[in-house]
Design a protein around this ligand. Structure first.
Ligand SMILES: *Cc1c(COP(=O)(O)O)cnc(C)c1O
Length: 310
């Protein structure tokens, strides 16, 4: 049995009314570890276990690390997650709740990742957050589920960090023969590494990440993500943090589900930029989720929790 669940596909009345077209939501925010990542990471963990792995190692303090920790607990395999000192207490708590061993090391992700790599022995498997064909194969299952319902969108909206979700969704569209369904690949300003790659024609390393959408904070996308743009119709879109944050709050009111700004950015395209969807009647939004934030944090980032001077 797979480690991910089949998630609901629902028509959103509020978003459909705002966008003046039909908007369906694939609710991967409802996956047990809080995001779509368990689809690909679950498949990768099961595959590495079958190949003899006795321990899983990750260097993600975000949703990828959470998915590894969840998969390890379910499969009875010990998990080590190495995270930098900047990782929030909330993220560390969530990892420990899944029985992962959390090692705090270094000031940056690069240092934590280097330490994680140094721990790797013969019987360990390292789980990359986005650059692994097993991940893409696993993520593609969300499109299989949509196709099995008989609903076919005429555009798919999703967010891009390192490009694993994009690569997986394109694989899903291709294997269901939906070559004619374009993808809007959406990022926040300050984390737009896919946009930079599409413009340059090759992957590009950003100097820094300045967006609050930390789950989109890969400085360079995987090569496969750029290859997808050559094989499939993809529109790269960049949206502000402000709109992504506002979309998280509106979505909580509209659908009673809290998502990270990394996911809010796709919803912001519907809430604030529906004019870019001109010509498309049936929109599918991948509600990719995210478990590492709280409504207080989102309001802090938006500047709404500031005490007003009297
Ligand atoms: C990982 C993640 C993304 C980005 O996925 P990539 O595969 O890195 O492109 C978007 N949203 C959430 C909530 C995530 O956890």
């Amino acid at each position: 049995m797979a480690l991910h669940i089949e998630t609901p596909l629902v028509e959103s009345r509020p978003l459909s009314l705002i966008a003046e077209r039909s908007v369906y939501l694939k609710l991967d925010a409802l996956q047990p570890p809080g995001s779509f990542k368990i689809r690909g990471i679950g498949l990768a963990c099961e595959t590495y276990l079958a190949r003899g792995a006795q321990r899983f190692i990750s260097s993600s303090g975000g949703n990828a690390g959470l998915a590894v920790a969840y998969a390890g607990r379910r499969l009875g395999v010990p998990v080590i997650v190495v995270v930098p000192e900047t990782t929030s207490n909330k993220a560390k708590e969530l990892l420990r709740m899944e029985d992962a061993e959390v090692i705090v090391y270094g000031a940056s992700w690069q240092e934590a990742n280097a330490f994680a790599q140094s721990l790797l022995g013969e019987t360990d498997a390292f789980l990359h957050p986005f650059d692994d064909p097993l991940l893409w194969q696993g993520h593609a299952s969300m499109i299989d589920e949509v196709a099995q319902t008989g609903y076919k969108p005429d555009a798919v909206l999703l967010s891009v960090g390192g490009g694993g979700l994009l690569s997986g969704v394109v694989e899903g569209l291709q294997r269901n023969k939906w070559h004619d369904v374009p993808v809007f690949a959406i990022e926040t300003e300050g984390a737009a590494s896919f946009h930079a790659a599409v413009n340059a024609g090759h992957t590009v390393e950003l100097d820094s990440i300045t967006s609050v959408a930390t789950s989109l904070g890969a400085k360079r996308v995987c090569e496969r993500a750029l290859q997808c743009a050559k094989e499939h119709p993809i529109h790269s879109v960049v949206i502000s943090d402000k709109n992504a944050l506002a979309a998280c709050e509106r979505f909580l009111d509209d659908h009673r589900i809290l998502v990270e700004p990394a996911c809010g950015v796709s919803l912001a395209m519907v809430y604030d930029h529906a004019q870019m969807l001109e010509g498309y009647k049936n929109i599918l939004v991948i509600v990719c989720g995210g478990a590492t934030t709280t409504i207080d944090q989102i309001r802090d980032w938006s500047g709404k929790n500031r005490i007003q001077p009297c």
